[in-house]
Write a new protein. Structure first.
Length: 369
């Protein structure tokens, strides 16, 4: 038993020395290629085995012939191990380089395509992660392109909508200054109306910039959708009467929600103004407030005749105004974008769909229990 313990201690001592030396080499070469690391690991393993074997052989006082045989066997095993490690390392390095080239193309703005050659499990997992990241970046680039196109359209439309009233204001001011205005009172009223419209447009731009910058923070309080709908109907009444549109409340229930009352009133006002402007005279705009499962739903239904299917996904985009003429009082196309921004800030969702004779805008909000 004592001899076995001694043999084990000699083998452990020789292998430990080789292992410590190999660990030092690995630390020194840790930034080198995987192939180098694999060769070092193989060398360490073989050296540890050789050191342990020779330590035991010397301790057992083997004959020179037997010691030579043992050393030759271990050397042959070392040579095969090193060759195997070198081949395996070159294969892993080749797969790594293929993956690096694919990732480089992906980084240059293209799509990631995983190398066709088989790879290790770790490299295969990395390729799948890169493919998933490529899909996310492609979607992000598409959203960025859409936003950029939306910004360009918004700048063009705002420039047009600002230029028109400013030109009129300048003409009216010059007429009043020169004393050639036949009815100065009418000119003054028109100037005031144009200034109010420009003020509203600037207010919408400021609100939208707050939403896009993430600076918009609602201050929620508990209230009923019924009260919100009633206030919105009352506020939109004069515009509906002016345009000959009927405003009706359908299924307006007491549904409790936690919302910023001022901002949600603006949401309903924007939806109602949009619905009234696109509904012909003698048409009807209906407002409803109902409960749907665990959500509260505010809906505004108009008689606009419907929105083309291709335009439905863009209704809430900044600056979108469909095929309507870019002239007053069509607006700058900011109202519905503000609606979506405010609703999403309340953890809700704004949707639109066509219904017989018109379209229905729905605002879905979390229900307060």
């Amino acid at each position: 038993m004592k001899d076995v313990v001694l043999i084990a201690l000699f083998a452990l001592g020789g292998a430990a020395l080789a292992g410590l030396a190999g660990a030092g080499v690995l630390m020194f070469l840790r930034r080198r290629s995987v192939a180098v690391s694999l060769v070092v690991v193989a060398v360490v393993a073989v050296t540890a085995m050789l050191a342990g074997t020779l330590s035991v052989a010397w301790a057992m006082f083997l004959s020179p012939h037997d010691l030579w045989v043992v050393t030759l066997v271990v050397a042959m095993a070392a040579a095969v191990s090193l060759l195997t490690a070198l081949v395996l390392g070159r294969w892993v390095v080749a797969r790594s380089r293929d993956l690096a080239r694919a990732a480089r193309d992906f980084g240059d703005g293209g799509d990631f395509a995983a190398p066709a050659a088989p790879a290790t499990a770790e490299l295969a997992d990395l390729a799948r992660e890169l493919a998933a990241t490529s899909e996310k970046l492609a979607a992000s680039r598409e959203r960025e392109r859409a936003l950029e196109a939306s910004r360009r359209e918004l700048v063009a439309w705002i420039s047009h909508d600002l230029r028109t009233p400013l030109t009129g204001l300048r003409a009216m001011a010059e007429a009043l200054e020169d004393g050639v205005a036949a009815d100065p009172g009418r000119y003054h009223r028109q100037i005031r109306a144009e200034v109010e419209r420009l003020t509203a447009m600037v207010g919408d731009l400021f609100e939208l910039s707050r939403i896009h910058a993430g600076a918009f923070t609602p201050v929620p309080s508990r209230m009923s959708l019924r009260d919100l709908a009633a206030d919105a109907l009352l506020g939109a009444g004069p515009l509906a009467d002016e345009r000959g549109v009927r405003l009706v409340g359908e299924e307006i229930h007491h549904v409790p929600v936690e919302v910023d009352g001022k901002e949600m009133t603006r949401v309903l006002a924007n939806l109602l103004v949009n619905a009234i402007r696109h509904t012909p005279a003698d048409g009807t705009v209906a407002v409803s407030a109902t409960r749907r499962g665990q959500s509260a739903v505010l809906a505004v239904t108009d008689a606009c005749g419907g929105i083309p299917a291709d335009d439905l996904p863009r209704v809430f985009d900044t600056g979108w105004r469909g095929t309507a003429a870019r002239t007053p009082p069509a607006g700058a196309g900011l109202g519905l974008a503000i609606v979506r921004g405010i609703v999403e800030a309340h953890a809700g969702q704004a949707d639109v769909r066509n219904v017989p004779g018109g379209c229905r805008f729905e605002v879905t909000l979390p229900l307060v229990t």
